[in-house]
Design a protein. Structure first.
Ligand SMILES: [Zn+2]
Length: 445
C-alpha cells in the first residue's frame, strides 16, 4: 500500500489519507482564517469517512465539485452530521472562495452516499473495509482497510498493477477508550499490519470522568444556589449532548441553545449509535430549548425540536434567570455564547464552565488565561468565575497506549496531534516500529 498524507499529519485539522491513489480516508477542513484544506489534486475511486467532525468530514462535498462521483462510505450518523456541517459552513461563509463547494455539491453527497453499520464489511475501491466503534462521538469509526490478494473487483482484470500481497491497515480516526455518557469506549482491536493512529492527547492524562463530572455538577449547583447563572460553552457535536446527559442524571435544570439542539435531534434518530437512547430521550426532556418560542420546554411530544434561533433579548432574559445554559460555540468563537457570556460577565456570582480543550488563539483560551476576551469586536473583562472541565472525547496517553499495546508487531504511524513526532519517538523507545509522517509525505507499507 502506498499512503499519501494529505492533511492532519503533524497537525490537527484537515485530516485526509490517500491509499494507492484510489481510496481516500477522511477529507476534513481546518477552521482557521482562512480555512485550510488537504493538499494535492486528487481523484479517488471511493471515499471513507471516519466520523462527523469538521476536521474529518468538512471538505467532503468538494470531492463532488467536478465530474467524478466517487461513492462515499460512512455510518448513518456520520452522513447526517457531514450534511449539517456542510450546510453550516455555507451559512457561515456563503459562497466565499474560501469554501471549495456549493449547495449543489452538498446535494450531490446524498446521491453517492453509502451507509454501513459497525462490523459489516463492504467493498470500496477494490478493498474490503470494515468499521469498528471508535467511542468518540455517535457513528465514529475505526476504519480497517484490507488489501487482499486475489480478492476485490479491481484485481487482475482492471489493468491495475498486481498487489504486493495482503496488507491490513487500521486507521483509528479519533477515538476514546473510556466510556462517556453518550457513547461507550472503543474496545475493538482488529488485526492489522499497519496502524495510523490519532495522538491528540498523547502527552495528557485525563482525570477520571466521574471526578470531572462531580466537580462540574458541584459548580453548576453552587452557582445556581448562590443566585448566579452558569454558561456552559459546548461543541454542538457530542459535548452538548454529554452535558445534557450529565444535567439530567444529576437533576440539574438547563437551557440548551445553538446548533447542539439540531445535533441532539439527529442523534435521537440513530438510537443504535448512542450508549443509552432512553437516557438521551430523558436528557432532551430535561433540557429547555431556546428556540424563539419563549424558551418553553421542547420535551413533550413530538419531542425535542431544534431551535429556530432566539433573539438577543430572549437570550439576555434567560441569562438573568439564575440557571444553567448549555450553548455553542465550545471555544467562544461564535454562536449564541457570544450573547450569553457578555450578559453574565460582570457579576462574580455567575460562572463560565468551559467543557473542553481551548485551542491557542481562540477567545475561550484568551478568557482562561487573561480573564477577558473579545466578543463581537470588543474586549470584555469577565468578573464571572471561569473554569475548565476536561470532558474529552479522545483517548489520553494511557488510552492511546492501551489500544496500541495490541499492535506491538505492527507498524505504527502517528498523526492528528500537536507533537506526533514526540509520541512516535516515545513509542520507538518502547520498542514499537513507529514514525510520524508530515503533510505531503508518501509512505509505503
Ligand atoms: Zn473528532
Amino acid at each position: 500500500m502506498d499512503l499519501q498524507f494529505l492533511g492532519g499529519a503533524g497537525e490537527i485539522g484537515r485530516s485526509a489519507l490517500l491509499i494507492d491513489d484510489r481510496l481516500l480516508l477522511d477529507y476534513g477542513m481546518e477552521t482557521s482564517t482562512p480555512p485550510r484544506y488537504p493538499v494535492g489534486d486528487i481523484d479517488p475511486d471511493a471515499v471513507v469517512v471516519s466520523h462527523g467532525h469538521l476536521d474529518h468530514a468538512g471538505a467532503v462535498p468538494a470531492l463532488l465539485a467536478g465530474d467524478a462521483r466517487p461513492p462515499i462510505h460512512w455510518t448513518p450518523p456520520t452522513r447526517d452530521l457531514a450534511t449539517v456541517l456542510a450546510e453550516d459552513t455555507l451559512k457561515l461563509h456563503g459562497t466565499s472562495p474560501q469554501v471549495p463547494f456549493t449547495d449543489e455539491h452538498v446535494r450531490r453527497v446524498s446521491q453517492v452516499s453509502e451507509t454501513h453499520g459497525y462490523r459489516e464489511p463492504f467493498e470500496a475501491a477494490g478493498y474490503e473495509v470494515t468499521f469498528f466503534d471508535a467511542g468518540h462521538v455517535p457513528g465514529s469509526a475505526h476504519v480497517l482497510v484490507e488489501d487482499r490478494e486475489g480478492r476485490g473487483p479491481s484485481d487482475g482484470s482492471s489493468g491495475r498493477s498486481p498487489r504486493d500481497g495482503d496488507t491490513r491497515l487500521l486507521y483509528t480516526g479519533d477515538f476514546h477508550t473510556d466510556d462517556q455518557r453518550l457513547v461507550s469506549g472503543a474496545t475493538a482491536r482488529p488485526d492489522a499490519d499497519v496502524v495510523v493512529t490519532e495522538s491528540t492527547y498523547a502527552d495528557v492524562g485525563h482525570d477520571p470522568r466521574s471526578a470531572v463530572e462531580e466537580r462540574f455538577v458541584d459548580r453548576l449547583r453552587t452557582t445556581v444556589w448562590e443566585g448566579g447563572t452558569v454558561v456552559v460553552p459546548a461543541f454542538a457535536i457530542g459535548r452538548t449532548q454529554e452535558v445534557m446527559l450529565i444535567c439530567e442524571a444529576h437533576d440539574v435544570d438547563c437551557y440548551v441553545d445553538g446548533m447542539g439542539t439540531r445535533v441532539t435531534d439527529l442523534f435521537r434518530r440513530h438510537p443504535d449509535f448512542v450508549r443509552d437512547s432512553d437516557a438521551l430521550r430523558r436528557a432532551a426532556s430535561n433540557a429547555r430549548v431556546v428556540d424563539g418560542r419563549d424558551g418553553q420546554s421542547g420535551g413533550s411530544a413530538p419531542g425535542f425540536r431544534a431551535g429556530r434561533g432566539a433573539s438577543r433579548e430572549e437570550r439576555e432574559r434567560i441569562a438573568g434567570q439564575n440557571t444553567v445554559v448549555v450553548t455553542t460555540s465550545g471555544m467562544l468563537s461564535g454562536g449564541p455564547a457570544m450573547t450569553y457570556v457578555p450578559a453574565i460577565a460582570d457579576n462574580p456570582v455567575n460562572a463560565v464552565a468551559l467543557t473542553g480543550y481551548q485551542v491557542e488563539g481562540t477567545p475561550g483560551r484568551e478568557l482562561l488565561e487573561t480573564g477577558s476576551a473579545e466578543f463581537d469586536g470588543r474586549v470584555l473583562p469577565v468578573s464571572a468565575r471561569v473554569e475548565q472541565f476536561d470532558f474529552s472525547a479522545h483517548a489520553d496517553e494511557a488510552g492511546l497506549r492501551s489500544l496500541l499495546e495490541a499492535y506491538r508487531d505492527s507498524e505504527v504511524l502517528v498523526v492528528h496531534g500537536d507533537d506526533c513526532a514526540g509520541f512516535a519517538s516515545a513509542l520507538r523507545a518502547d520498542g514499537f516500529d513507529a514514525d510520524a509522517p508530515a503533510v505531503g509525505d508518501e509512505h509505503t507499507v
